[in-house]
Design a protein. Structure first.
Lengths: 514, 223
């Protein structure tokens, strides 16, 4: 049975039908004029051979072309693109079925950060009362490693609220190179979680090895097609409106292989997109549609996901402001656009501007997590553990986020109000009204045991003591100590003998591993 | 046979099953005898009331431990206490006939002007479950009625409850009325409620402030 996710019965919407139509039409106009600048020869040729108007740009050091994409090409691609996308998993119970018209939300980690945040607790003594001590968390940033990625996937495997895994940390070990990064990041992830694994590709020449590894794990070519345990995310369009050379190559190749792929665009309102909501929406929609169109021209029926990571610029640095209120507005707008096209949506929430776990982090992430979830994206990259925009990952923050999502999932349950229920409670009311104490407490217990009463905040301290971080760290340690279902020894042996570049220390069955 | 019933009785106290209709924690027990039915069966087998009380006390001790380790919540604790309280109602005439003393008599009331009784009712259930003979005087009870009950029922303890800062002053009025009536030294006065504190208990001359029902039970053992 696939994972259920959360069905949003009445999605929160910001745009009217007329506004959706207007954005769509503006995107069509933009795709035609000014169109896209392409730094990728093959994409240019594909568009040209399918009727797009192409002109060579003579300025600049790198060869580039101007592509004017006609509306009919886009509409045909939208018709050809699958409306349901299946993301497989090592454990069949973790498969995700995403239907473009159905606002069923799956919560996913990501994205890839460079920095891993260690948490240690230091004891401080109150100067005026030396008997009074407090434990204060201290956060130490460092570069992420493959061991960190394993630990991250391991913890995420045990978080019930999490439906899928996007690699959370960039592996920067000394023995990781451009040529072996992809196989190691996919293996580290797949070996530590049985949920769906999505990642970007660092080097196109590793695609064959990555796919071969996935085939070995899934049980062959056909088995991988049936159960795509991995998918790719590609940012082929750089804002504003440019097909990038290398990621477009990757995207084209992934489409040829028929693996599910996210067409992701991340314009920044104010710098790489207009600051006005209408502007960033018309542009991001055009950028994603350009990618979807290319994908369908390469391989009709390629399972594509409408990937939207719009963000507003910070006014003090012009960096990304994921904590900005507008960022959530743009994301919700994109959810509506994707649903209009009936293509499953990859959306973004929970990323914060705060650099460490704390009040700012909680407020920023919870604000966007609640609102964007309510809009009903299918694949919600909701940034478990992410801090400092997309720069830092913290396991402590990850389990704090899990607590938030438990609350959110409980809140979104379908109300159990129907005639049989009302008959039961009417009887309870009659019974209790005849007792001296007039209390309903005895009816709590069965609901409590069945998990029908929401749990208390799991990191609540005693009395006026705030132990949230210490308790969350305990939870991290518990989850790390809890075993996960690794890839079995025989399959692991096959992978290590057939896939070049894997770090020996990732083979958990080899005793001599470092 | 009697030993079996006593063991099952203790287990049903832990499960918080007052009657055979209750689910308890283990849902498979539904339909099997609860504490009330088992108490009746034990008495029919000539089991001494003290043995039944002993089993229930042992069960409640385990319930208390489960509550302390957060395995149980207040509804579980109350269910067990309610089950024991129902058994105590069955045993009461036998205990009186045999001159066996309970842990003590406890009168409890929400003071005048205040109609909030959730806390008071929970405390009453817990005290009854802990073996006290509880007399609930109700809500919005004026001082003279409380004095009259103390005079007539002769409780060992008097519990006064108030939720509001505007009504908690009535507790002081009750204590003054007890003094005037010459009854203050006949009864230990315990007070509780959201706005109440240790300081306030001392200020009005109460014997103790109880944070909640569990605190009250512990405190009573020391008074």
């Amino acid at each position: 049975m696939p994972r259920e996710g959360i069905l949003i019965r009445q999605p929160f919407e910001r745009l009217t039908d007329a506004q959706i139509q207007q954005i769509h039409q503006a995107s069509m106009d933009i795709l035609k004029n000014p169109g896209l600048t392409s730094y990728n020869r093959e994409a240019t040729d594909i568009f040209q051979s399918n009727g797009a108007e192409v002109t060579t740009i003579t300025t600049g050091d790198n060869p580039s072309w101007h592509i004017s994409i006609p509306e009919n090409l886009v509409l045909q691609a939208l018709a050809d693109a699958p409306k349901t996308v299946k993301l497989g998993a090592r454990n069949p119970d973790n498969v995700l079925i995403m239907k473009g018209e159905e606002p069923r939300v799956f919560f996913i980690t990501g994205s890839e950060t460079n920095i891993w945040l260690d948490t240690n607790f230091t004891t401080y003594v109150k100067k005026s009362q030396p008997g009074t001590e407090i434990q204060v968390p201290e956060f130490t940033p460092r570069r992420g490693t493959v061991a960190d990625l394993c630990n991250s996937a391991h913890v995420c495997e045990h978080l019930d609220t999490l439906d899928g895994y996007i690699r959370t940390v960039n592996i920067q070990d000394k023995d990781i190179t451009e040529d072996n990064k992809d196989v190691n990041k996919f293996f580290a992830s797949l070996n530590n979680t049985t949920k769906h694994v999505m990642a970007g590709l660092t080097s196109l020449n590793q695609l064959n090895n990555v796919i071969k590894m996935a085939e070995i794990i899934a049980g062959g070519k056909e088995a991988l097609r049936e159960n795509p345990i991995i998918s790719l995310i590609t940012c082929l369009v750089k804002s504003p409106l440019q097909f990038v050379e290398d990621t477009t190559d990757t995207f084209i190749e992934v489409c040829r292989r028929g693996l599910p792929v996210v067409v992701s665009s991340s314009p920044q309102a104010g710098t790489t997109a207009p600051i006005k909501e209408a502007g960033i929406m018309a542009q991001i929609n055009a950028e994603v549609l350009a990618g979807i169109t290319l994908g369908q021209l390469v391989n009709k029926g390629t399972p594509v996901i409408y990937g939207s990571v719009p963000v507003r610029a910070r006014m003090d640095t012009l960096g990304d402001s994921y904590g900005a209120v507008e960022t959530s507005q743009y994301n919700i707008d994109c959810v509506q656009m994707a649903r209009y096209y009936q293509i499953p949506n990859y959306s973004t929430s929970g990323v914060c501007d705060a650099k460490i776990p704390g009040q700012q982090s909680s407020i920023e992430r919870l604000f966007s997590n609640i609102l964007v979830t309510l809009s009903g994206p299918q694949y919600l990259h909701c940034a478990y553990g992410l801090l400092d925009c997309n720069s830092t990952f913290s396991l402590l923050q990850t389990v704090l986020d899990d607590a938030h999502f438990n609350m959110l999932k409980f809140f979104l349950k379908t109300p159990n109000i129907n005639q049989p229920e009302l008959d039961i409670v009417k009887q309870q009311i009659q019974d209790v009204s005849q007792t001296p104490q007039k209390l309903y407490i005895r009816y709590i217990r069965p609901m409590l045991r069945r998990g029908e009463i929401s749990a208390a905040y799991p990191f609540e301290g005693n009395g006026d003591k705030d132990n949230v971080f210490a308790l969350a760290q305990e939870k991290v340690n518990q989850l790390l100590a809890k075993p996960v279902a690794h890839i079995n020894p025989a399959t692991t042996a096959t992978i290590f003998s057939e896939i070049p570049g894997l770090l020996p220390r990732l083979n958990i069955y080899k005793e001599e591993r470092q | 046979m009697s030993e079996d019933i006593i063991a099952v009785l203790k287990e049903n106290v832990i499960q918080g099953r007052k009657t055979q209709d209750d689910e308890g924690i283990d849902e498979t027990l539904s339909g099997t005898p609860g504490v009330v039915e088992l108490t009746q069966q034990a008495l029919a087998n000539n089991t001494p009331p003290q043995t039944i009380i002993g089993a229930m006390t042992a069960g409640m001790e385990i319930v208390g431990k489960k509550f302390a380790t957060k395995e149980y919540f207040i509804p579980d604790m109350l269910a067990s206490a309610e089950a024991v309280g129902a058994a105590m109602d069955i045993l009461k005439p036998l205990l009186e006939a045999s001159n066996i003393e309970t842990k003590g008599k406890f009168a409890i009331a929400t003071v005048k002007g205040d109609i909030h009784d959730i806390g008071k009712n929970i405390v009453a259930i817990l005290l009854k479950g802990a073996g006290y003979d509880v007399s609930d005087l109700g809500i919005d009870v004026p001082a003279d009625k409380i004095v009259e009950a103390v005079r007539n029922e002769k409780p060992d303890y008097l519990g006064l409850s108030a939720l509001l800062t505007t009504t908690m002053v009535e507790m002081g009025v009750v204590i003054e009325a007890l003094k005037t009536s010459g009854l203050r030294d006949k009864v230990k006065v315990l007070i509780g409620g959201a706005a109440i504190s240790d300081d306030y208990a001392q200020e009005i001359g109460a014997d103790a402030y109880c944070m909640d029902g569990f605190h009250a039970i512990k405190l009573l053992e020391t008074l």
